[in-house]
Design a protein around this ligand. Structure first.
Ligand code: PHE
Length: 339
């Protein structure tokens, strides 16, 4: 009797087919009501006691083998016919599609870019590894200029002339090399400074630079453009321009917006003043225009630059800038519903 089961096991083991009908026949032959397995189970009574254990185990093995084989063959055949006919089963539930989230730095960058696009600015980019000319000298910061110390620069040791750009103002220069006025461009990008990393400062961050050059551009144009921007970005258009110094603009200003002092957060964010610094700006220094072969007697322009992380932290209530660079999924997934 054991030999008989062995014969069936071999048969089931060897069986294969590409035809659903044949697989079904095979299933019925073994697993059907009047099938082989039921017949064999019925014979259990007459198996000698010492063989009962082996016999039972073999029957179970046979049953498992047949069921698994039937299931597998059916699946393969069905998949084949699906791809062969090119027709999917449209009633099948969809595969779950894992959605990512935009990074908060990108969310803010996109908003800024969008706001300036609407008033005719295009988008330009430049390299993160820069040379001295584009990052400093052309921007009216000659060698040994004390203002170079303001920007703790990462230099590239083997190439004394190369560095990681400390601001996106280098893209102004690259843009003016290739384009004649009228110029209206914004340049988002990553910048680097050799600073101690803390909750407020990092060695890498992002800026958006703006440059507008045409005939008759005045400080009033700068002011209106910034007010339009703060209104669109924060819903606030009360701004003040504090005199400041940048080598590449004259006059230069630090721009603050009036954030308000309604909540405890307002107090914390603005250190109790209600005002918040958001960017540096000014009229493009005639020396810079001259460096770029643009006649300062004919043309004038303004430029501004702002940090993206600062704004992202403000808008989303992020307390530590390092979170923006750690790629912790628990943090990033919180931005899923934003766009
Ligand atoms: N490049 C300046 C900075 O990084 C910002 C700035 C840009 C100021 C353009 C004036 C004009 O601090």
């Amino acid at each position: 009797m054991i030999q008989e089961v062995e014969k069936y096991l071999a048969e089931a083991e060897a069986f294969t087919s590409n035809d659903l009908g044949e697989v079904e026949k095979f299933r019925i032959r073994f697993l059907g009501k009047k099938g082989i397995l039921n017949k064999l189970f019925a014979e259990f009574k007459s198996v000698p006691a010492e063989d009962k254990k082996t016999y039972g185990q073999m029957l179970n093995k046979l049953k498992r083998l047949v069921s698994e084989k039937v299931k597998k063959l059916k699946e393969t055949i069905e998949n084949q016919s699906e791809t062969q006919s090119g027709r999917e089963d449209l009633t099948k539930p969809g595969y779950p599609y894992k959605l990512g989230a935009k990074h908060p730095v990108n969310l803010v960058k996109n908003r800024i870019v969008d706001i300036f696009r609407r008033i005719g600015f295009n988008v330009s980019e430049g390299p993160e590894i820069e040379d001295d000319w584009h990052n400093f000298s052309a921007l009216n910061l000659p060698e040994y200029h004390p203002a170079r110390d303001m920007q703790d620069t990462f230099f590239i040791q083997r190439h004394p002339d190369w560095l990681l750009r400390t601001h996106t103002s280098s893209v102004q220069i690259r843009y003016m090399e290739k384009h004649k006025p009228p110029i209206r461009t914004i340049s988002p990008g990553r910048v680097y400074r050799n600073e101690d990393i803390s909750a407020r400062a990092h060695i890498q961050f992002h800026q958006v630079e703006g440059l507008y050059i045409d005939k008759g551009v005045s400080f009033a144009d700068l002011k209106q453009t910034i007010m339009y921007f703060t209104k669109e970005m924060f819903g606030k258009s009360k701004v003040r321009f504090r005199p400041s110094y940048f080598p590449f603009t004259e006059p230069s200003a630090e721009v603050d917006i009036y954030w308000g002092l309604k909540t405890e957060d307002d107090y914390r964010i603005t250190k109790g003043t209600g005002w918040l610094e958001i960017m540096g700006a000014g009229m493009v220094d005639p020396n810079v225009l001259q460096n770029m072969q643009i006649d300062p007697e004919q043309y004038s322009g303004f430029a501004f630059g702002m940090g993206i992380e600062r704004i992202a932290m403000l808008l989303y209530g992020i307390s530590d800038i390092r979170m923006l660079f750690e790629n912790d999924m628990r943090f990033l997934e919180q931005f899923k519903s934003r766009f």
